[in-house]
Design a binder for this molecule. Sequence first.
Ligand code: G6P
Length: 546
Amino acid sequence: MPSALDAALAQLLDLRAKVEKTTMREKFANDGKRFDRFQVRLDDMLLDYSKNRIDDAVMSALIELAKASGVAERRDAMLSGEAINITEKRAVLHTALRNRSDRAILVEGKDVMPDVREVLSRMKEFVGQVRGGDIVGSAGHKFTDVVNIGIGGSDLGPYMATLALSPFSGGGPRMHYVSNVDGAHIADTLRTLDPRKTLFIVASKTFTTSETMTNAMTARDWIGSALGEAAVPAHFCAVSTALDRVTEFGIGLDRVFGFWDWVGGRYSVWGAIGLPVAIAVGFENFEAMLSGAHEMDRHFAEAPLEANMPVILGLLGIWYRNIYGFPTHAVLPYDQRLARFPAYLQQLDMESNGKSVTLSGEGVTHATGPIVWGEPGTNGQHAFYQLIHQGTDVIPADFLVAAVPHEQLSDHHAKLVANCLAQTEALMKGKTLEEATAELEASRMAPEEIEALAPHKVFPGNRPTNTILYKSLDPKTLGRLIALYEHKVFVQGVIWQINSFDQWGVELGKQLASALLPAVKGEAKPAKAQDASTKGLVAAFHALRA
Ligand SMILES: O=P(O)(O)OC[C@H]1O[C@H](O)[C@H](O)[C@@H](O)[C@@H]1O
């Protein structure tokens, strides 16, 4: 079935041609109100999207596209617990985990909120006991270190949030995250730890993920051999939807925090998967993060589409991906503690929208999810920004920055902010050949040298950015930020008519890895059907180890 995007394509391409008649630099020069018109505020968070290749006509057409695509209807279906994840026949209700209102949320006629609240209250008690030293190791030692063993959604969200909120730890235990099946990860982590004072959280929605189970067994052996088998239960707890498998592993039900199949792994930091965050920063701060997300949920549900932050971010992404064909999107936090935010967004965005088949099973007729990437500024400026400024691809980018830092260190923050704003200014303005030449003429350089050098100093400009300015990186702000991007991804998935909530694309590699394992271990010959490259690599691997 042709999508609303297919239907609007010709009009949007026409609008692109019109909007390209003037550069952003000219648009700013001609319109003193551009900043006021292209921004949205939610309390102390500001999204400035004026530095984009847009005008009023483009924005109205994009809003019309959102309407014609049924963004509002699909949003309401998600929020009310409809089974919109059709390939897994599940509701999509991460918003229920952070529902701070007394609104019931029904899945197949049953209100899920009592169960959500029950898990949160068990988490609260456990977190208080671990932080307060009421729950201790097998030999009575307070836990000084907590290791979360999980991968994908059971790692990226909590790891990112723990780092982001580190100023709020209030003397809580040190947190560690082990995800990779590479033994180096757990070995390097355990080397620094005292088993008597270490608590492990085994976090896995399915409790079958190979990496997590392998790391959990290694951790269990580490505790068992240091403190004796009997010590194991005191040093472990688990987060999962598969309570039977957790019990099999040997973790008592009083140490298990559950969630439900209507929470996708990459959307799960709001419930039990957030346990390490709650231990790291205390339960009140964890709840503040939920409240921030809930505020963003309400904004998404209630604000008109044209003043709706996630809708606007989503539509701008569609504009560049589908109308301009830009392949990637950068997220550049000018906030060192958001260092893991781009990695978190990679899973959120690319696992959700990296799809080529529509909800009705047909091939898509247009590009879907972009490649998402990024690193904190100012570091990126000294590395890959060269390409963003002067490379042959245009890379739309989000810049994130706080007004108030946690560290009051001379003029660090002023310099950070000046760099952030200056980058978006430079990307928008660029530098013409005349300007580059004039700058060089002010030096004593010979005219022929100026002529040779000037082209290298030209910046094309007209490169799009969004700036998200918030008061400070506190739990509430972090909650809002994450929910903002979750809903942006949702809006795009609706317009692309794809299922943003499954992830079949991760399965093939897993299947082939298990099939290959016996040959890699040397317990079996590679299967006949295997291609020559894979077979040759297995043989070369064994030859190197001989
Ligand atoms: O939480 P788990 O069941 O261990 O899953 C961990 C991760 O692995 C899977 O392969 C999926 O790609 C992710 O969406 C998921 O978050």
